[in-house]
Design a protein around this ligand. Structure first.
Ligand SMILES: C[S@@+](CC[C@H](N)C(=O)[O-])C[C@H]1O[C@@H](n2cnc3c(N)ncnc32)[C@H](O)[C@@H]1O
Length: 307
């Protein structure tokens, strides 16, 4: 009988063999982190951007370069093992009527998806985007991990307007940009399993922006090592890309050994007044999601303006 191949494991290599860099990042499973504080920030802002883009009656492309599986069961397997979601979407659900208006679209989308797919299901970014597509809009979701890609294809592959691709999300940027719609959002959310990911992400933004300068871009990054974060922000500020807003949310001090302090988003060409919305929202999220009272933090600044 042929052995079952576990694609998450690396094959045995001959001595001295060199593994291509991107192949080394295939152990990541977003299921362990689904619904956590990083997902809340990313998916709440994704929802706000989609609302803005869909407000005009013109077709939109959403390109999700690192899409994940699309849906996660918070009550089973990986998500239940870490319980990270309890500090994210779990806390927001517990906040009840105190939730700011800016979060209501996101929370409604999460609730609608749970009603359709199961009460313990939390959506990933491609499912949130797919749920918002209008006739004529397109979602292209790229996922490199074979099993994760298969799960995503089973979930969304037959939906009108949705294309699920396997392969490298960074390479898809060159293939798909600029889009014929000339309007769109590019979400880049790599797994950050390797130290070079910050630089790779910033470089990919620069290349994509040269092809499609009017697009909206949203990049997610972890806040763990302050030096790496500052170098990343500087690389983006120096890249020639304009209208770059950076939003960060931390729920524990960066000096903590345990887990991430929080995460950030790089937003290029953000919708009109999104900065004001985030300036009101981030302090509330920092207070509400702080691991212990008073340790939450946030910052919001323009890395580059119009000039
Ligand atoms: C952070 S998760 C994505 C989560 C998703 N965007 C969401 O918010 O629900 C990153 C995903 O990228 C996949 N991945 C890793 N390297 C990739 C690459 N070069 N191209 C496309 N996908 C990749 C991983 O398998 C993982 O599923």
């Amino acid at each position: 009988m042929r052995p079952r191949v576990d694609t998450a494991r690396r094959p045995a290599l001959p001595p001295g063999a060199i593994l291509p860099r991107r192949r080394e990042t295939m152990n990541y499973r977003h299921a362990f982190h689904a619904g956590n504080v990083g997902d809340v920030l990313k998916h709440a802002v994704l929802s706000l951007i989609l609302t803005h883009l869909m407000a005009k009656p013109k077709p939109v492309l959403v390109l999700d370069t690192h899409a994940g599986a699309g849906a996660y069961d918070l009550d089973g397997g990986a998500a239940a093992r870490t319980g990270e979601w309890r500090g994210g979407i779990g806390r927001l659900r517990g906040a009840g009527a105190a939730v700011p208006a800016a979060l209501r679209g996101y929370l409604t989308a999460v609730a609608d998806i749970a009603a359709a797919h199961g009460p313990t299901i939390y959506p990933g970014s491609p499912l949130l985007a797919a749920a918002r597509l209008r006739p004529g809009d397109r979602l292209v979701a790229v996922e490199r991990h074979p099993e994760t890609h298969a799960a995503l294809a089973a979930l969304l592959g037959r939906r009108p307007g949705v294309t699920v691709r396997d392969g490298d999300g960074y390479a898809a940027l060159a293939a798909l940009l600029p889009p014929p719609e000339r309007r769109g959002l590019v979400l880049m959310d790599p797994p950050f399993e390797d130290r070079g990911e910050y630089a790779a992400l910033a470089a990919a933004l620069g290349r994509a922006h040269r092809r499609f300068a009017t697009g909206v871009y949203m990049l997610w990054y972890p806040v763990k090592d302050p030096g790496a974060v500052e170098a990343f922000r500087q690389q983006i500020a120096d890249s020639g890309v304009r209208r770059v807003l950076a939003a960060e949310l931390t729920v524990r001090p960066t000096t903590t050994i345990r887990g991430l302090a929080g995460s950030g988003l790089i937003l290029v060409n953000p919708p009109y007044r999104l900065d004001e919305t985030l300036r009101a929202l981030l302090p509330w999220l920092a207070d509400t999601l702080a691991e212990t009272p008073g340790v939450g933090g946030w910052r919001l600044d323009w890395l580059r303006g119009e000039a």
